[in-house]
Design a protein around this ligand. Structure first.
Ligand SMILES: [Fe+2]
Length: 353
């Protein structure tokens, strides 16, 4: 066995059902653990490693590894663990729930605690495939989780938008904080006072957070045409962070409202944005949002409604719901019968030397 051609790989970079075009060896490169063409079963592999070497590490041919990375996409339905590893979504929304519904008033509105959470979210945004994060927003939302899920989603979306606008890390974090806190007032009020929730939310911050966060929390339902609430301010009176939070808020509300649509992809929401279905949003931000979402999904591998696999090649700006998809040598536009059902999530793993 020529060890020079082999390289170490963490078992974490493999997944159940993966079939490689070459053998997988133990860490000394002497024992073939899984022969080529055979599906990887992680639990079996880990058992074998207990006998044959270093736990958690295998050896693999360099070319196989490169191919693995190139093909390193997995369908969303089969990749719950990978999505969680990248995004920490379930853990984060449970933490937010604990924070939102904590009876200890000091902990409940602790700036330190919120800042730790927003830093965690900022880190995830840098390290994850954005599709993995967007995919989490599609998970079913039980009634008792709605507020924390929406708050986390708006935090992620605010962070994405801030990064797309090339903001510095400390400001990205501020936008994330505004997303986390924008509806906090809803934890303490009755539904019939719904239009007052931004005022309550701001009051609960008790001057602890800086101006940009507080004004975004108060003004996330204001509209550029002056038809929003609670203050009815218009145009430039509404700060950038509030305008960004409004876009995130509307996007996530649309995701939550679409229920069990056949496709798990957000393209029809982008079309609704393009058509201006929600009046008074910052048009420049909305168009930038659509553009960045398109580039997020461009060249992504997708599962089609007929079960086949394809690659998104182009998303028409005014008709995102019908992207152009390549299958083999064929490239054609999707339609109501043949559409993208789910995207594949990129596997992100650090190569071990
Ligand atoms: Fe709100």
């Amino acid at each position: 066995m020529d060890n020079k051609k082999l390289r170490k790989l963490s078992v974490e970079c493999l997944w159940d059902g993966l079939i490689l075009n070459d053998d997988i060896y133990n860490d000394s490169g002497e024992v073939i653990l899984i022969p080529k063409g055979e599906a990887v079963i992680i639990s079996d592999l880990e058992n074998m490693l207990r006998f044959y070497g270093e736990e958690g590490t295998v050896m693999i041919h360099e070319n196989t590894y490169l191919k693995l990375i190139a093909d390193g996409y997995m369908p969303v339905g089969a990749s719950g663990e990978e999505i969680e590893r990248q995004t920490g979504y379930q853990k984060l929304h449970r933490e937010i729930g604990r924070f939102f519904y904590n009876s200890d008033i000091e902990l409940w509105m602790s700036k330190e605690y919120m800042e730790v959470l927003s830093q965690e979210i900022a880190d995830k945004l840098v390290k994850s495939d954005p599709v993995a994060i967007l995919e989490c927003m599609n998970l079913p939302r039980p009634m008792n989780e709605q507020l924390q899920r929406h708050s986390l989603n708006v935090a992620f979306l605010n962070g994405m938008q801030a990064m797309w606008l090339d903001m510095r890390p400390d400001r990205v974090k501020r936008f994330i904080l505004a997303g986390l806190l924008h509806d906090i007032g809803k934890t303490v009020m009755l539904n019939n006072m719904a239009r007052m929730h931004p005022v309550h939310s701001e009051r609960l911050l008790k001057g602890q957070f800086d101006d940009e966060v507080r004004s975004a929390v108060r003004h996330h339902h204001e509209r550029l045409n002056g038809k929003g609430y609670p203050d009815g301010i218009a145009g430039k009176e509404i700060g950038l962070c509030a305008r960004v939070t409004a876009v995130s808020d509307v996007y996530d509300t649309m995701v939550a409202a679409r229920g069990n649509k056949d496709s798990g992809m957000p393209f029809h929401i982008l079309d609704m944005f393009y058509e201006g279905e929600v009046e008074g949003l910052d048009r420049k931000l909305v168009l930038g949002f659509i553009k960045k979402m398109h580039s997020t999904y461009k060249d992504k591998q997708v599962i089609m409604s007929n079960g086949g696999q394809g690659t998104i090649r182009y998303i028409p700006f005014n008709d995102a719901e019908h992207p152009i998809v390549q299958q083999g040598a064929k490239i054609r536009q999707t339609n109501d019968k043949w559409f993208c059902k789910a995207a594949f999530v990129s596997r992100i793993c650090e190569q071990q030397e």
